[in-house]
Design a protein around this ligand. Sequence first.
Ligand code: ATP
Ligand code: MG
Length: 262
Amino acid sequence: MDKIIAIANQKGGVGKTTTCVNLGIGLVRKGKRVLLIDADPQGNLAASLGIEEPDDLEVTLVDVLKKVVNDKPIDIKEGILHHAEGVDFLPANIELAGLETTLVNVMSRETVLRLYIEELKGQYDYILIDCMPSLGMMTINALVAADSVLIPVESAYLPAKGLQQLIKTIGRVHRQLNPELEIEGILLTKVDRRTNFAKDISDKLRAAYGSQIHIFENCIPLSVRAAETSAEGKSIYLHDPRGVAAEGYAALTEEVLTHGQA
Ligand code: ATP
Ligand code: MG
């Protein structure tokens, strides 16, 4: 059985891409077959996995989605790249922004990504979708394709308002388009252990949402070494194996494994 997790938050820079890469490679290190899908025209996922110029890539998510839209057959290997640490990934780039605007006029515009992912059935244990910082058509597609959504929340600001909007959107998708959709959990990221601020936010989150939404036990500490990985093209497990961020992502991986049982 494969499990599809969308990593989403319309707030920018909260650690979606970093979580996608390090949870994904964390699952690979536990023997799982994992595909990461970049659903963001910024192309950060590919960049984090060592592709220097995502905009120069010949084949990306856009090409396979166009085939779905035009009802053309898909080669399930098309566009999928392999990273040295064992994870597969389907990159995206700036062209995805163009596709997103044309999707508005397409029949089944919300289900294009799901139709593509259904073609991959049986190939992977986990498929993680790295969403863009918006609640536009691509993010809706990710939520429609997913079994669950993991929400990274940066602990450096009061997230309540933006989070409500996201949870509302997830609720709408759940009711109207994907009754299977669950919330995997809220993940606190960039937690500065030197301050009490994170503790404060974590307490507030638990008070506000803890009764309905899982909040991951393990948060991801603020770490310069974690920030560096985006430019290194490798995971935190190789870049700083003994650091706090590697520990945080390894613990998150365990939590997702026990929670999901894929
Ligand atoms: P976007 O919304 O633009 O897609 P994002 O939510 O995907 O952003 P990331 O790109 O993962 O966020 O992270 C934003 C920035 O914060 C990056 O420069 C990244 O290297 C850095 N970063 C991520 N996690 C941490 C961390 N635990 N500690 C310090 N810096 C981090
Ligand atoms: Mg990102």
